[in-house]
Design a protein around this ligand. Structure first.
Ligand code: URA
Length: 233
């Protein structure tokens, strides 16, 4: 790929703006020699103002999502892209959220520009476990785990029953819910269907991946070993 396209695709500006960077001699190789818009040079060997470029296409990251951010590109109240470098919003292909967490759900959110990987994760066949820690407004009654595990539970306005889900009761107002599907507001609707209300929801695990010590609001790139962990390899 020609350098002008490669660099524009990483969100550094329109092709016209990136062409200007070349004209100004700000794009060089490792040795500091000026590169040209039509050159074809490996990503790792390109420098802009002497700095390495953002990660190449194939970027996957985990974000520790705080309360109050939506998984969309536009929302007056704040979006998850606000927590990433501004260029990440301008990349082509886009860095998309892998599924969604509600505005008020916290925890592990993956984002990627790799469409095939995204589909592999969200596809119902993947059966990747999504683990949620729920804080409830009312005491658990004691029969919720059985209902959730039944494979017969129906949510309002849905046509097919939910796949069996696992509920681990921590105490009367706290439970860990493991889902293998991702229906709209699923965890909140499941607790509503058994007469409860979720006050706080936190995703602690996706497949084999956890947040580790990643602070709230921070993100980190995932590597091949992380993806193996995700898929339980
Ligand atoms: N279930 C929900 O209700 N909300 C989420 O954000 C994720 C799962």
């Amino acid at each position: 790929m020609k350098l002008v396209k490669l660099i524009a695709n990483l969100g550094y500006g329109s092709r016209r703006q990136v062409t200007q960077l070349f004209r100004e001699g700000r794009i060089t190789n490792l040795a500091g020699e000026v590169l040209y818009a039509d050159d074809q040079v490996a990503h790792a060997d390109i420098r802009l103002d002497g700095e390495t470029l953002d990660p190449p296409q194939g970027l996957t990251l985990m974000l520790h999502k705080p309360v109050g951010y939506t998984c969309s590109t536009k929302d007056p109240g704040g979006v998850v892209y606000d927590l990433l470098p501004p260029r990440f919003r301008e990349r082509s292909p886009v860095v998309a959220t892998v599924g969604r967490l509600d505005r008020d759900t916290t925890g592990l959110l993956l984002m990627t520009d790799d469409g095939a990987l995204l589909h592999r994760i969200v596809h119902p066949k993947s059966q990747l476990a999504k683990v949620y820690e729920a804080t409830l407004a009312r005491d658990l009654r004691g029969n919720e785990a059985e209902k959730f595990a039944s494979g017969k539970m129906m949510l309002e306005s849905e046509k097919t029953p939910l796949a069996p889900a696992t509920l681990e009761v921590i105490d009367k107002r706290h439970a860990r819910l493991t889902l293998t599907e991702g229906r709209y507001h699923q965890a909140r609707r499941m607790f509503a269907a058994v007469g409860n209300h979720v006050e706080a929801l936190h995703r602690s695990r996706l497949g084999g991946l956890t947040l580790g010590d990643l602070p709230v609001g921070q993100w980190r790139l995932l590597d091949a070993a992380d993806l193996d962990t995700l898929f339980g390899k």
